[in-house]
Design a protein around this ligand. Sequence first.
Ligand SMILES: [Zn+2]
Ligand SMILES: [Zn+2]
Length: 368
Amino acid sequence: MASIQGAYGFQLTARNIPLQPCERPSLDPGPEEVVVQVAGCGVCHTDVGFAFDGVPTRHPLPLILGHEISGRVVAAGEKAYGWLGRWVLVPAVIPCGSCAACRAGRATICRQQFMPGNDGDGGFATHVLVPFRGLCHVPEPLPAGLSLEMIAVVADAVTTPYEAIRRSDLGREDVAVIVGVGGIGGFAMQIAAALGAAVVAIDVDQQRLELASHYGAGLVLDASSTELKGLKAAIRTFSKERAPKGIGLKIFEMSGTPAGQSTAFGLIDHGAYLSVVGYTPKPVELRLSNLMAFDATARGNWGCPPDQYPAALQLVLEGKVALAPFIEFHDLEEAPAILEAAAMHSLRRRAILRPSHNKQQNRSEATK
Ligand SMILES: [Zn+2]
Ligand SMILES: [Zn+2]
């Protein structure tokens, strides 16, 4: 059970200031823990919430953020020894597995859950110490065109919409409306298309909509130039053609903006299902009685239970969900700037921070 020396990362020391570099001289896994050498860690709007929007982390600051992690297990406690050397995805939410919620099959609301970058140091780092429970094995080698660092986004940006769509029972007769086809929605529309649904993509960004039309969306609508009434009319026509037997739209709010949330709620029709996946701390004004009037359902989900990760990963391995057009890589050292860019909504793609392990080796040799 070797400890790992010389890890470093970027921590949040206080709100509304840039992340600060920090060292973690020794990472020692307990019996049920592993150390993962980070290949990639995605930057999520939840990280922005912690850094800039006043959302408290459960672990006190300072804390290394980041919960969208892929990498290799380089140290393992005695109960986790079988994972040593393997490629893994670290679930964004790691439930305890034994509390009442976990036993009832509601693992995502486990109160003893461990979320890297929230309950302990996360993946904006060279290495991360996590419980081995729930780790998802990544096959080695990967199919052509995929790399372990790309797979990082499966840990949250693919699995969270996967779980939202799974809960909606989306099928071939349904119309899926994805509001916001950026970081999460770009994967959601591909998952929905893979399940055979007719997909509508709504965004305010022309480039995103252009990409959407090549990756699953049968209809793309620009909400910056079309009023709600126009969106509804276009979706109605599309539904009649593409999914005439479908009952109620399945709407997925993935923009995490008040405007997107208003649009998503405004699209509710008879028997609709509204899934809220995007996050914004800002409130929106809604006529909640529409749920009653339309006999509709609204639901959210906090991440995805680890037992669903292999199925979500499989869609990526089979090429049904493309990652490359929706991600961009940055050096780990750029973490402070990238988090600020995410906060300004100025990233068009999901950013993945990539530590250079050669650099880290030089660094630890220099400090010997
Ligand atoms: Zn996230
Ligand atoms: Zn639990």
